[in-house]
Design a protein around this ligand. Sequence first.
Ligand code: FMN
Length: 227
Amino acid sequence: MSANPSARPPIAAAPLAGQEPVQNPALDWPVLQRLVRQRRSIRRYTDQPIDRGLLEELLDAATWAPSAHNRQPWRFCVVTGAAAKAQLSAAMGARWRADLSADGADPAEIERRVAVSHARITGAAALVIAGVSLEGMDSYPDAARNQAEWTMAVQSVALACQNLLLAAHAAGLGACWMCAPLFVPELVQTVLALPPTWQPQALITLGYPAETKTKERAPLSSRVIWR
Ligand SMILES: Cc1cc2nc3c(=O)[nH]c(=O)nc-3n(C[C@H](O)[C@H](O)[C@H](O)COP(=O)(O)O)c2cc1C
């Protein structure tokens, strides 16, 4: 299925019936533990394209995330064409350059940061723009509950993205969440001709890894309290 015979096989060799009860989830725990601990944000990729079937498997994994009321408010736009990637990156880069200039940042540093971002985006085999849509969500007469509903929708999208990141790692791909679309949602909507109800939340770069990374985590005791 993969374009490269030496690449790892797709995640699901056989179609999975989503409704199958798990017989013994504990058997899968060491595998899951490795998966969640070993996934890293990978920002440099080889030139190898990603098979469309594999991309579809990753997106399928994304959609098995939990979501508020099971309304599945995630929306995904997959960008694999070089011209589209370059156009999106250039448009976002121009806006970022303007914002950083207005902040008074050093011009050389601005160019360096924009160039790094451009290389990352155009160097990825595929981009997944994750958006949120409120179409299926509840609406209320008051702002507080609408805000909660919006937050639930955004949280649901983030969970889908985490599924996608883990699935990418399991498939031998590197991936990185980029927050840039959050700062220029209308621009992303326009460049990619997204439906107006899709509100861009994140850009996930994907590709076969050309780097390895390590990261640490703060001790549990610094983030957890027990009562
Ligand atoms: C909401 C969110 C926004 C992020 N935005 C960016 C980004 O714009 N650029 C980037 O290089 N990494 C971004 N990251 C990746 C984080 O830098 C990365 O997850 C963090 O440093 C921990 O590293 P790890 O993913 O390898 O564990 C983002 C991650 C999250 C969850």
